[in-house]
Design a protein around this ligand. Sequence first.
Ligand SMILES: Nc1nc2c(ncn2[C@@H]2O[C@H](COP(=O)(O)OP(=O)(O)OP(=O)(O)O)[C@@H](O)[C@H]2O)c(=O)[nH]1
Ligand SMILES: [Mg+2]
Length: 302
Amino acid sequence: MTTRAGFVALIGEPNAGKSTLLNRMVGAKVSIVTHKVQTTRARIRGVAMEGDAQIVFVDTPGLFQPRRRLDRAMVAAAWGGAADADVVVLLIEAHRGVTEGVERILEGLADIGEGRRVALAINKIDKVEAPVLLGLSQDLNARFDFEETFMISAERGHGVDVLRHYLAGVLPEGPWLYPEDQIADLPMRMIAAEMTREKLTLRLHQELPYQMTVETENWEERKDGSAKIDQLIYVVRDGHKGIVLGHKGETIKSVSKAAREELEEFLGRKVHLFLQVKVRPNWLDDAERYSEMGLDFKDGNG
Ligand SMILES: Nc1nc2c(ncn2[C@@H]2O[C@H](COP(=O)(O)OP(=O)(O)OP(=O)(O)O)[C@@H](O)[C@H]2O)c(=O)[nH]1
Ligand SMILES: [Mg+2]
């Protein structure tokens, strides 16, 4: 039997639907999804099998013009993911079309070298009419030499099988990279922290989601089969701490409940989740926070 295996990087603007597509391909939620931009912060790998091929999808942070140190680290991680991959899939939002951000990404793609397969996936086709799609596909293909173009809805699953089939066919021959039953390449403590960050991001407004991070501090396996998980939520000011806690602690309580329920479903066992909020004004410039997120700590000017 000839097996195939390789890495497929999903890139695109923030909110394009990269994480939704990765989860759909893998068949489980390994990467968090919100309606807000800049949800994914690091490279997250999810493994999908298609026939004799093992496709390792690499979800990446959205590509945008970075300002802060964290932004730069995220964008660097995304381009790094593309540069390391066998195939790059660029996700475009059907209803937004060719934005300035998309134009910049196309320039970047031209820079990461010849010879790499780059496919186009026009996502969220459920939001537009067919003629719009045709025009958009022609426009994009005139701007860049995509190997193939796919019309998909990551959320509803349209066109996703065709894309997976294509990817399985173009990956290099070689042994599988992960055990057949492995779906993600991310430590459980990080998946758990991400789940909490997702629930927080959904509850908090404006800039706050971009100024907090979650880390799993301690993970204790209990004799009764349950897990006791302690997590720290870092925020930059006292005021933020108050917002995260909410009136009489209601916000953090509901976040904790939602995160715990999702974790229990993911792990298939009981979880005791304890959240603590810490004010750390400089966490966005703290190298340790970056390594916890799986990001490179870039210097101030990088
Ligand atoms: N209507 C529609 N919505 C979608 C589709 N795919 C994703 N979405 C929604 O788009 C939003 C962003 O999805 P994500 O998967 O988090 O996007 P992302 O590209 O990973 O975003 P970042 O991590 O911020 O870069 C979520 O609200 C999804 O539910 C789709 O095919 N159709
Ligand atoms: Mg994402």
